[in-house]
Design a binder for this molecule. Structure first.
Ligand code: NAG
Ligand code: NAG
Ligand code: NAG
Ligand code: NAG
Ligand code: NAG
Ligand code: NAG
Ligand code: NAG
Length: 493
């Protein structure tokens, strides 16, 4: 039987936990590098791994000194830039239609930043404002992505699929078309204008980093050659912080694997060392920064497959890949723990007295290890375009995680006041079609990496969880921009 055929897929384990366990291994394996990015200063032994060609550091945490490296590279890039096609036609926002043709007349309108507010309030926009953005189809769009691997200096090598030798490129040329309206193409200048004087924070795991880098790559295009060029990372080890001078917009990212309070000391019958998640307390590493933010994008889920102990009301109620004593019964599993964590965080944010911003929860990001798990022959090798309906492989685990997240979100916002602003960015279903959007075997620059199946049909090691940049993940920021626009419009009136 061919790996990846629908037959082998339906033979997936029916229970959640074995899949969760294997995804856990994956998380451990893939997220390791991300953790390093957060905790390891650049320039030590690992530097070779994190430096891109041209010596641009991946988006690690840069000290003031290291920031210079990025500026240098950007200056070099700028010279190259003349050769790169940065024609403004490419950033056209065809805001009333899915027109993929470049319309020069509209370009003028799109870049009329000063009047973006009035431009946005045309009859079409108002009609669109209630439209369900997440129900629709992927359509081919030769206009292509908003940036390239060469024009974005802040791009983790693991996501630089083209730079890592991925041979196909057409996966970059699809746009999401909601059934009842259009999702406007991301307009970096409009976005910065919308976020004038404001702070946007991405909080979560390596998939949050994926989205934050996509945002930076897109915005980077707008900041050249304006006075905000180049944006500078003013962050520290805990928090990355990019400041766009032209509009005083700040984009930050804070790592939080589970979004809830984590300890490692021994607790009751759980020994020191194993991560303990206090499911009823939000993660203090980001909660303290929340009052300074205007928009939060929360992203979590994949780490619930990783080894940890679940604690609720000061009592151990479960564990993932950790349970010393089978005579004891677990009260909750990892998916329930995920649900509670989302409820806890949402509840804390909507009842916070100091935070008045918009909270966006980005729904569970589907992975595409077809025909097995990451370590049992699962693969997205050879996927070069979005799945069509008949091909779509439903993942029971993804569906469960999504449903738990929705219910955690809904429970959490029960306590909302009339000042609370929340949105659920429901990308799970649209992205279940994008098995072509992952790095697959093109995860690194290693010239000796294996990219083909072996003689016995086994696929090479691969990443079918994170997303290529540029690639479909850029659409998340189009969803985000539209979500922010709608929220700001509703609150300004
Ligand atoms: C930054 O550079 C200054 C001198 O240019 C040096 O004294 C300092 O130790 C450097 N800091 C780091 C973190 O490397
Ligand atoms: C990059 O170029 C800008 C403008 O040309 C200049 O002010 C800046 O000092 C340069 N940065 C470096 C590190 O050379
Ligand atoms: C882009 O627009 C310019 C006019 O603004 C036009 O001359 C050029 O041909 C356009 N490029 C493409 C690829 O359509
Ligand atoms: C939208 O596109 C369709 C064809 O794709 C066209 O028939 C229609 O007139 C367009 N509408 C607008 C408002 O441009
Ligand atoms: C652009 O505008 C000019 C003048 O207003 C008009 O003649 C032309 O047809 C327009 N082009 C498109 C593609 O709409
Ligand atoms: C970008 O991708 C191209 C292949 O499409 C590759 O030749 C180039 O080296 C890559 N650049 C970077 C900076 O990764
Ligand atoms: C919002 O809540 C405040 C205080 O709880 C109340 O005074 C006000 O009337 C409420 N506004 C709306 C529109 O419900």
């Amino acid at each position: 039987m061919k790996l990846g055929s629908p037959k082998s897929i339906s033979a997936y384990p029916k229970t959640i936990l074995p899949i969760a366990a294997s995804v856990g291994g994956l998380a451990l394996f893939l997220i390791f590098a991300s953790v390093l990015l957060v905790y390891q200063p650049i320039g030590t032994k690992v530097s070779g791994y994190f430096y891109k060609v041209d010596h641009a550091p991946a988006i690690g945490l840069l000290s003031q000194n290291e920031t210079r490296i990025i500026e240098n590279w950007v200056n070099d890039t700028n010279k190259k830039r003349t050769a790169v096609d940065l024609s403004t036609n490419k950033t056209v926002d065809s805001d009333t239609n899915m027109t993929v043709e470049i319309d020069t007349n509209k370009t003028v309108k799109t870049f009329d930043i000063g009047t973006s507010k009035t431009a946005d309030s045309g009859p079409n926009k108002i009609a669109d404002s209630g439209c369900d953005l997440y129900h629709g189809i992927w359509v081919h769009d030769p206009a292509g992505p908003l940036y390239s691997n060469n024009s974005c200096p802040v791009l983790t090598q693991m996501q630089n699929c083209q730079g890592n030798g991925r041979p196909d490129k057409d996966y970059e040329n699809y746009r999401w078309k909601p059934t009842k309206c259009d999702l406007p193409r991301f307009d970096p200048k409009k976005f910065l204008e919308l976020m004038r004087g404001k702070t946007l924070a991405f909080i979560g795991d390596s998939v949050a980093r994926n989205q934050m880098e996509s945002m930076l790559c897109i915005l980077w295009q707008a900041s050249i050659p304006s006075p905000s060029f180049p944006p500078v990372n003013r962050g520290n080890k805990r928090m990355q912080r990019y400041y766009f001078r032209s509009t005083s917009t700040t984009i930050i990212r804070i790592w939080s694997s589970w979004l809830v309070h984590k300890t490692t000391e021994s607790f009751d019958f759980a020994p020191e060392g194993v991560d303990k998640l206090h499911l009823d307390a939000p993660d203090e590493t980001f909660m303290g920064d929340v009052p300074t933010c205007d928009v939060l994008v929360l992203s979590s889920g994949h780490w619930f497959a990783k080894r940890s102990v679940y604690i609720l009301n000061n009592e151990i109620v479960g564990g993932q890949l950790w349970w010393p004593d089978n005579s004891r019964k677990k009260k909750i599993d990892s998916t329930k723990a995920f649900e509670i964590s989302v409820e806890t965080v949402m509840s804390a944010l909507v009842t916070s007295l100091d935070y008045k911003g918009l909270t966006v929860v980005r729904s569970y990001s589907p992975d595409h290890y077809e025909g097995g798990a990451w370590n049992t022959g699962g693969s997205c090798t050879g996927k070069i375009k979005p799945a069509v309906d008949g091909e779509l492989v439903e993942s029971e685990f993804t569906n469960t995680m999504h449903d738990k997240q929705v219910s955690g979100f809904n429970r959490g916002i029960k306590k909302k006041t009339n000042k609370s602003r929340v949105a659920f960015m429901d990308i799970t279903k649209p992205f279940s079609y994008r098995h072509d959007g992952h790095p697959g075997p093109y995860r690194s620059l290693d010239p000796n990496k294996i990219t083909k199946r072996s003689a016995d049909g086994r696929p090479p090691p691969q990443d079918c969880l994170h997303w290529c940049m540029p690639g479909p993940v850029d659409t998340w920021n189009e969803f985000l921009m539209e979500t922010i626009r709608r929220d700001f419009e509703a609150h300004d009136s």
